[in-house]
Design a protein around this ligand. Structure first.
Ligand code: ZN
Length: 329
């Protein structure tokens, strides 16, 4: 026989009603908010020498295989995908116009990457068709896309991933979408515009509980964010985003707690074939933890690129947290 507390108390001669409020709280403690762990990475380029190395290893997942045990367990793993996919034309082994062979999507899949930014200066390297092929190819492999779309509206709508009952929304923007190769503007790639981004964040907040804004911007190889990065990232947090995550400089830049959010100005390279400098062969993963929809913890993990493939260094390198005055300069 199953006796409820309410049913048992009168049997013991205790007036049940007096105890009801107490027993109710004792029986149903407020549930602890679930923790959701996001891992955010910088530039991933799957063309040129990265592709050549993967083919030499007969393993298209080669670039992110070593890092898979780190990215895979995260609730959400995010990177910036710097190279569009295309199934046309010859394999690209050099130069500044990137093309990833379709098979290279295995690198993202194997590492458990859930969502990528495709808004960057190489988004149009495989032309208008490449923009669309990349979208379809990623989605067909279960990877969500932020920053580009089949229409301008879609590029600015963002994408939402639900984890632990919390809806995490991602938006992505780039300072430039043509890399000097196109004179016109393709609306299907979201470019950085403060007012438009604010509108996007506010609109996305109606279908997401926490928002991450990705920003492809800054001066290449510069250790400090430029004014455009600082203004854009802070505006994103002010508009309601919890995290602003930057890439494109190919080197690590400072980060800061700002308002109720956190800003990583540049995470540097994650997968790239830039061997000419030491600092382009280092990068960072940002680990961001939410309790329910609330950002509660963030830290950076140092990675080194060994022959284009990142590994955790294990060193607890102190990453500079930028002071508000320094960032504003
Ligand atoms: Zn870039």
């Amino acid at each position: 026989m199953k006796l409820t507390r309410r049913g048992l108390l009168p049997l013991l001669g205790i007036p049940a009603l007096e105890f009801l409020p107490l027993s109710r709280t004792a029986e149903k403690p407020a549930p602890e908010p679930l923790r959701t762990r996001l891992m955010l990475g910088g530039d991933v380029m799957l063309s040129r020498h990265v592709g050549r190395l993967a083919r030499a290893h007969h393993d298209p997942a080669f670039p992110l295989r070593d890092l898979s045990p780190v990215l895979q367990p995260a609730d959400i793993a995010f990177v910036n995908l710097e190279s569009p996919f295309s199934d046309r034309g010859p394999i690209v082994e050099r130069g500044m116009v990137f093309k990833a062979e379709p098979a290279m999507v295995a690198a993202l899949e194997t590492a458990g990457v859930d969502v990528v930014s495709t808004a960057n200066n190489h988004a149009r390297d495989q032309g208008a068709r490449g923009v669309e092929f990349t979208l379809d190819w990623l989605r067909g492999h279960g990877i969500a896309v932020a920053g580009t779309g089949k229409s301008e509206e879609e590029a600015h709508a963002g994408t939402v991933l639900e984890r632990n009952g919390i809806r995490f929304g991602f938006l992505a923007y780039t300072y430039d979408q043509s890399n000097g190769n196109h004179a016109d503007v393709d609306g299907r790639i979201a470019v950085m515009d403060l007012d438009r981004m604010r509108e996007d964040v506010v609109r996305l907040a109606t279908r997401a509980d926490a928002i991450v804004v990705s920003m492809h911007a800054g001066r290449e190889y510069s250790p400090k964010p430029n004014p455009q990065q600082v203004a854009f990232a802070r505006a994103a947090i002010n508009a309601g985003a919890s995290v602003a995550v930057g890439h494109h400089p190919h080197v690590i830049q400072p980060w800061e707690h700002y308002g109720s959010g956190v800003i990583f100005y540049s995470l540097g390279n994650l997968v790239f074939d830039q061997f000419q400098r030491v600092d382009t062969q280092r990068g960072a993963l940002a680990e961001v933890i939410f309790e329910g929809p609330k950002l509660v913890e963030s830290k950076l993990l140092s990675v080194e690129l060994v022959g284009t493939a990142p590994r955790l260094t294990g060193e607890s390198k102190p990453f500079a947290e930028v002071s508000k005055r320094a960032a504003a300069r």
